[in-house]
Design a protein around this ligand. Structure first.
Ligand code: AMP
Length: 399
């Protein structure tokens, strides 16, 4: 059966249609610049890529274009071929401990969490509405980035702020990239042939999060109330002393919202280096001797190493460090920098194996006390699996 995996952003919509249970990707693509006159619809299928530039007024128009396109391009015969849709939702708060079949109440609950993730959840709701309208009789499942981390204990997720902030407003650490952490940790446990393995998963892409996982459960993770917390990222600061905000507010006369925007969009690699938010540009500039680019890389690698050290203690041992996402999967240089800082744990990289890109495998030496895995993440497959399993569970929707 064919299942659609959807990731809707404020002006974008990524999709992937998968054949299940074989998990083969039938087609994938993205709508970008939704709402503008020069929106772009890119679709890949059968080793071909088509790009269409045209005004796309809103997400509803994008979804209609996508479904029409699938039929026109002979990718599906009719809309009935699509048996389920999985929507990636960034913030599930404490409401969602697992994936939820979308109905009016679930949409209202996702909307109620907008204050905790203003950009993301608002966009997801728009995407959900568009799909429910286009495919009213198809099972749609909301799959949350936060649910995997709902196993964190109170002493891991609470901030040392007034307790009422938690009880009244839900201020706590939620953690993100849950689907990715869950997917790669399942693959790692299989590679170790141990369901109870202790893992530290380093999801290093434009966003970065590090998670301590014990027997398949998230024990702690570096991102917090929002994805801003943790280690420096492409454009995000990671941890800072919040007192700096009042100082900059005074000196530059900026509002709190403007400052938060800078912490989210103009910091990290981009802010420190002044070069780019893309790791390839940073690595090139660093190699050419740009000190700020070198510093941007060092700041990130050192903080990731700090999390590995702290989570090693939290887990009381470690079977494998796992690298995933754009940088984690592809940059041997970044992996080496990080592992060099944590050598004291008895981890040893095999330099030759570390030179591989985007291939699943162990890149540690035979003598290394801790394995080092590279595992390409696949959030879409995780979404499709959840929908597939739910469809099997819910008889009413069975094909
Ligand atoms: P993601 O957010 O997972 O898509 O990752 C985006 C980051 O991965 C960007 O900083 C890219 O520069 C980086 N990236 C993607 N491909 C490569 C590659 N082949 N080598 C190094 N970095 C890469």
């Amino acid at each position: 059966m064919k299942i659609m995996a959807i990731n809707a952003g404020s002006s974008s919509l990524k999709f992937q249609l998968l054949q299940m249970p074989s998990e083969d990707v039938i087609t994938s693509g993205v709508f970008e610049r939704i709402g503008l006159d020069d929106a772009v619809f890119t679709i890949k299928f059968n080793d071909q890529k088509q790009e269409l530039k045209q005004p796309i007024k809103n997400h509803g128009v994008a979804v209609d274009l996508l479904l029409e396109g699938l039929i026109k391009l002979n990718i599906i015969k009719s809309l009935e071929d699509i048996k389920g849709v999985g929507h990636r939702i960034v913030q599930g708060g404490e409401i969602f401990k697992e994936a939820a079949i979308i109905d009016d109440k679930v949409v209202a609950d996702i909307e109620s969490l907008i204050p905790l993730a203003p950009l993301h959840n608002a966009a997801h709701v728009i995407g959900i509405r568009a799909f429910r309208k286009a495919l009213p009789n198809v099972l749609q499942l909301a799959i949350f980035d936060t649910t995997f981390h709902q196993t964190m204990e109170e002493d891991a997720f609470l901030y040392a702020t007034p307790y009422e902030w938690y009880t009244k407003y839900g201020i706590r650490k939620y953690g993100f990239h849950g689907t990715s952490h869950q997917y790669v940790s399942q693959v790692a446990n299989k590679m170790l042939n141990n369901e109870n393995a202790k893992l530290i998963v380093c999801h290093i892409g434009n966003g970065v999060s590090i998670t301590a996982i014990d027997a398949g459960k998230s024990v702690d993770t570096s991102m917090g109330l929002t994805p801003l917390e943790g280690v420096p990222m492409g454009t995000r600061t990671g941890n800072i002393d919040p007192s700096m905000l009042s100082l900059i507010q005074e000196r530059e006369g900026k509002s709190l919202q403007e400052l938060l925007n800078i912490l989210n969009k103009e910091s990290g690699y981009l802010g420190v280096s002044g070069v780019s938010n893309d790791s390839r540009d940073i690595a090139k500039a660093a190699e050419e001797g740009n000190r700020r680019a070198q510093l941007a890389m060092i700041l990130q690698a050192k903080r990731i190493a700090d999390y590995i050290g702290s989570y090693y203690i939290r887990l009381r041992g470690l079977d494998a460090i796992v690298f995933t996402a754009g940088i984690g999967e592809n940059s041997g240089e970044v992996r080496k920098m990080i592992i060099d800082y944590v050598k004291v744990l008895g981890v040893e990289l095999d330099d030759k194996l570390n030179n591989t890109r985007g291939v699943t495998g162990n890149i540690a030496t035979k003598n290394s006390k801790v394995k080092v895995f590279v595992i390409p993440t696949d959030e879409e497959v995780m979404l499709a699996r959840e929908v597939y399993n739910k469809l099997k569970e819910v008889k009413k929707y069975e094909s």
